[in-house]
Design a protein around this ligand. Structure first.
Ligand SMILES: [Mg+2]
Length: 388
């Protein structure tokens, strides 16, 4: 693991932009998640929703997409902190297993339950104990994991890819696996696969991770180039969970399907067709491959403006908060936090927590929690992590 040599002002702006941007898209879209395009226009006017719908305290609520992204970040930090403190760590996605169970805890309890196993400092953030239309696939898969049972589903929902972005950010910032994209893409994909077992539920995470890592390393190229490079690498990813077989041999049809849909999204972005028609011809975004393609469409169509891209990406009849979140991740990474209008940042729920987890050096973020554990509890934690 390298020192944090890549902490330049530009990269920090991009990392913050990616995390905050995702939360902005999520919060904007959450207000219209279950509305048809016609109902959105009827309620918010011709451009659809363009500003937050605030709660009675003046806060723009995030949904499960951002909540789970925070727990992805917490999982990575848990693993990396262990690596730095003990000189040993498992594969990075395996730590998300534990922090996603923490998220499940926030959905099932109103506050931290004293008997429950807790792995993340996020469990002290009271605002996270809130249900924001959590996905059933995530809930039921995590309940199985908590009970020590195998997860069995064939879901290709977008609940995996919507929470992926921190994997790229923290891998890049903290030099995980020395930036080996094939390996990091596999980790991102496996973190999604914890809850979504259909290839189109976890392959999009590998692509998004790859794109974001490329953007953070070199943001001078076109979005089309990042997509093309990610798709080129995809079949070469080696699945450690499938006897070392390559993705291209395991899931050729799904990879082709995702590639075709991303190609369609980029073609549509070069036309002057209205956004909502273009988006609805890609799909509703309820599945992982559609949500990624819709986000890529809006980012490519409105590449110069964070606001235009995200507004376009939430105003359709499908899964507005997830498509908005992924588009916000991409645009925030491309343009940086400084390109996000203040009106979207000021009232965003948990902004400080999102910023802290995105940028906090591993030790500072996590050592307090580890220190606060009772000795026996720490031993138990160490033991379980070692097994992963
Ligand atoms: Mg949501």
């Amino acid at each position: 693991m390298r020192e944090n040599e890549s902490y330049t002002p530009r990269s920090m702006d991009q990392v913050l932009g990616c995390m905050i941007g995702g939360a902005v898209g999520d919060a904007l879209g959450y207000a219209v998640e279950f509305m048809s395009y016609d109902s959105i226009v009827k309620e918010y006017g011709e451009r659809g929703i363009t500003r937050y719908r605030l709660d009675r305290h003046g806060v723009a609520e995030i949904s499960d997409d951002t909540q789970m992204s925070l727990f992805t970040a917490a999982g990575i930090l848990l693993g990396m902190t262990r690596g730095q403190m003990r000189g040993i760590m498992g594969r990075i996605d395996t730590y998300c297993h534990w922090t996603y169970l923490d998220w499940l805890h926030t959905q099932e309890w109103k506050s931290r339950h004293e008997d429950a196993r807790v792995d993340s400092w996020l469990m002290d953030v009271s605002e996270l104990y809130a249900q924001r239309a959590p996905g059933n696939t995530c809930l039921s898969a995590l309940r199985s994991l908590e009970a020590g049972k195998e997860v069995r589903n064939n879901s290709c929902g977008c609940g995996g890819v919507m929470r992926t972005a921190p994997m790229a950010l923290l891998s890049e910032l903290h030099g995980y696996a020395d930036g080996d994209k094939l390996y990091c893409d596999m980790c991102a994909s496996e973190a999604a696969r914890l809850t979504h077992e259909h290839p189109l539920g976890f392959i999009p995470s590998a692509i998004l991770n790859d794109m974001l890592m490329q953007i953070l390393e070199d943001d001078g190229r076109r979005l089309e180039d990042y997509v093309a490079e990610a798709l080129q690498r995809l079949p070469e990813i080696v699945s450690r969970e499938d006897e070392g077989k390559k993705y291209g041999d395991l899931w050729p049809d799904e990879i082709r399907k995702q590639g075709r849909l991303l190609g369609k999204a980029l073609e549509l972005a070069a036309t002057d067709i209205e956004d909502h028609y273009a988006i609805e011809s890609i799909g509703g975004g309820w599945t992982g491959h559609e949500a990624l393609a819709i986000a890529v469409y809006s980012a490519a169509r409105h590449r110069g403006s964070f606001e235009d891209a995200v507004v376009s990406c939430v105003n359709h009849s499908g899964d507005s908060d997830s498509t908005g979140a992924i588009c916000g991740n991409i645009m925030g990474a491309l343009l940086g936090r400084s390109a996000i209008p203040a009106c979207f940042i000021d009232s965003l729920e948990l902004r400080n927590v999102i910023e802290e987890i995105a940028t906090g050096p591993v030790y500072r973020v996590h050592h307090q929690r580890i220190r606060s554990l009772r000795h026996s509890r720490e031993e138990a934690l160490e033991h379980e992590i070692l097994r992963t």
